[in-house]
Design a protein around this ligand. Sequence first.
Ligand code: ADP
Ligand code: ZN
Ligand code: ZN
Length: 767
Amino acid sequence: MRFASVVLDISTRQLDGAFSYAVPSELEGETVVGSTVLVTFSHRAAVGYVVAVLSEPPEGVSSKKIQPIEQVLAPSAFDETAARVAAWIAREYACPLVEAIRPFLAPGQKVRVTRSSADAPWELKNERAGAVDARWASLAPEANDFTPVRAASRQRAVIEALREGPQRVSELAATIPGAASAVTALAKRGVVVVEARRVVRGGDKTTLSSAAAPRPERLTRGQISALAAIDAARAARCGDVVLVDGVTGSGKTEVYLSAIERALADGRGALVLVPEISLTAQTVGRFRSRFGDDVAVLHSRLSAGERFDQWDLVRQGRAHVVVGARSALFAPLADVGLIIIDEEHEGSYKQDKAPRYHAREVAAELARARGAALVLGSATPSLESLQRCRAGSFRGASWTRVEMPERPGTAVLPRVTVVDMAEQFRGGGRSIFSAPLVAALRGVAERREKAVLMLNRRGFANFLMCRECGCVPECPHCSTALTYHERGHMLACHTCGRSWPVRAFPDPSTSCPNCGSRYLAAFGVGTQRVEDELAMVLPQDVEVIRMDADTTRAKGAHQRLLEQFDAAECAVLVGTQMIAKGLDFPEVTLVGVINADTMLKLPDFRAAERTYDLLEQVAGRAGRGQRPGEVIVQTYWATHPAMRAVAAHDRAVFLDAELSERAEAGYPPFSRLANVIVWGRSEKDVRSVTSELAEAVRSRVGMAAGWEVLGPADCVKSRVKDQTRRHIMVKAPVDADLGGLLGSCVTGLGRRVGINIAVDIDAYDMM
Ligand code: ADP
Ligand code: ZN
Ligand code: ZN
């Protein structure tokens, strides 16, 4: 008799973990790790996933008491190694095991059990976006000796069409009326063969012939050393990490392509992660042009059926290169030799719903478990990755940084000017454009070139800022910017929970706490206003194209606007952050950043890092062609290290300042930080549960070195959909089992009706 450990598909912390079931002999063949099964759990039917198969009953349990597995509902979706990684995710990110298993399941295949009333029988509900077969018709050799009767014109037409090659019956029917019955008649006479062929959805649409990746004649020195480091990491087979730290346009993609070729030559596969937003036809095309049909693509814009087909290609071993968004990590690629994460600094690699994992960390664990190498690429690597490379190792794997400081060929980096907007204001400038930016824009119009203007939309709401000195009132305890709440006239700190009536700070309509200026006010500009002011500054024959959440809502609008910009003779593209990435137009000679510093004031310790990354990215859009580029960055905080670093093309200016600040304040990469959010309709209950939880964590942590519990405090978004949101933040040493501790504290609270708790380990979103 065999026994299976089954994780029930019921998400509650109270039922967390695996339960034992007996495997009836007739189900022994199908009951393997990764299969979906139907079981009974405390008198109800439940769907579960097998995570282990054992030959002995679990210790202390009599095999007679163990209930049998009733039915196997779906074949295996993951193997034992994946099951171990899921268990790691559950502990690391403090989520129920089943939530860590779900990402590994076949897309669009979920089975649920439901019943219409308390005494009705349980029924299986199947999503089943499963495989689809198409009927294909082709000519049999007999067709050569076959002449249809004169009246059978349809049969003649079908045979004629099939002489060009096999076709789908549905396709024939679309062009030849009555083709389906003609095919049936011809098949009966043995002239035509009809067979079912598996349809693979989601593969062809994303191919672009223009997105070829020609093999360069010779690799750059940086590329050669990056590949050597990756070779060593692959050979070590233990999850070693290589950080490819290469400026934009330095040829990182070519490094990925060559590394994948070498992994494939070893008979192993590769997972390639790119941020969802840059997962365009062009990106996918570059991989397809090198690896053809060996590539499967997985991302959220595919339909469930398309995702299933791509996933299934991988499971069947028909594709060995998986290109996708963060969820591609969970593709059923058995022999992973290489995992690549492009733009590894991107915040979108952190999932914002359970399981709240970071793709970089799961990739590192997966690489360790599968004996693969992990390659991280970026022009602005995260401080976490840089710090691990400095240390040389992390969690038993070696971390190596390889620099690629140059672009192949002769392309040069653009000149960057930082304009101090407070100085402009004092000099009488009231426009949202500084004098240097206006001059540069007019130059672009005269030379009939193109410009990109970026408006940073994040961080605008709810801040008071002095227009003369740029000062924003800060919390004296946390040095995070205070947010202004019109209701009650309060300034609040969302880190420690303290708040002050505005009176305690100088009145927002009268004066600045720093310089006494009267121009202290909530401050905000929209893309619409930029567009309007542009019309006053520029001649009429310059096309202005606006790209923001409003103008890109319709499907395909994003692409259309870019094409319009591409086709224009002389144009300015005005947009939000979304224009910073992937935009590659050689005619762009000017990039203007309207407000570089709004993000700096967010109550988020990564605010400066995000600002720097964004500026570096957007600056990389200028001067990609023959003509030199210019970048103008407008800011109220010209002395900030992020601004100075971008101006000098010297990341060290930013890194040195930022790292010492993080070290002093005890923030990552020198600690781990968790954000625990509690929300619900009853403010009273939310408050009491948050306090109770803070108490529980504090008593567990005690006086341990490196641990700190902050809060409870209201979240920045303190009310969402009529629910009150409070949070606590927990700092811990870098090697701490933060997930384990917080998970058990939350489980210890028991079930609280009407209360939701999210444990966000290594949080990115502090709001
Ligand atoms: P990154 O991903 O680092 O931004 P890309 O991989 O997009 O850079 O490369 C930028 C450009 O340089 C591409 O057009 C690419 O084809 C080209 N390129 C890459 N490697 C080489 C090389 N060794 N020699 C010449 N051109 C190269
Ligand atoms: Zn504070
Ligand atoms: Zn001031």
